[in-house]
Design a protein around this ligand. Structure first.
Ligand SMILES: [Zn+2]
Length: 106
């Protein structure tokens, strides 16, 4: 009985893994898949956004000319790299953070 209950679940998982989802990362340049490139971009992003003022409120940050300039510079940088949206960049970051964690565990 238990086995019969478990089997469809496993199938569902397999199906979910095998079914290509509409992926936000589709269309990214191939070089962005390199974990070494990820590290370089993280470093460059940190340098661009680096000494952010440290606003505690999002509204303060949104009003700060310096921070807005940095945000725009960073967006321009990401666009030059081939990202089409900030959401795509964050999805890409998540994927690489996961890969990095897996590599460290070895
Ligand atoms: Zn600021």
């Amino acid at each position: 009985m238990k086995e019969q209950e478990d089997k469809p679940k496993l199938e569902d998982i397999k199906k979910a893994v095998a079914t290509p989802k509409p992926n936000i990362l589709t269309g990214l340049p191939a070089y962005l898949k390199d974990p070494g490139v990820y590290k370089k971009i993280q470093k460059a992003s940190y340098e661009i956004l680096g000494s952010i003022c440290g606003h505690s409120e999002m509204s303060e940050w949104a009003m700060c000319v310096k921070c807005q300039k940095k945000g725009k510079d960073h967006a321009d940088y990401l666009r030059k790299l081939g990202f089409t949206s900030p959401a795509q960049y964050y999805a890409w970051k998540l994927v690489h953070a996961k890969i990095e964690r897996r590599v460290k565990l070895r």
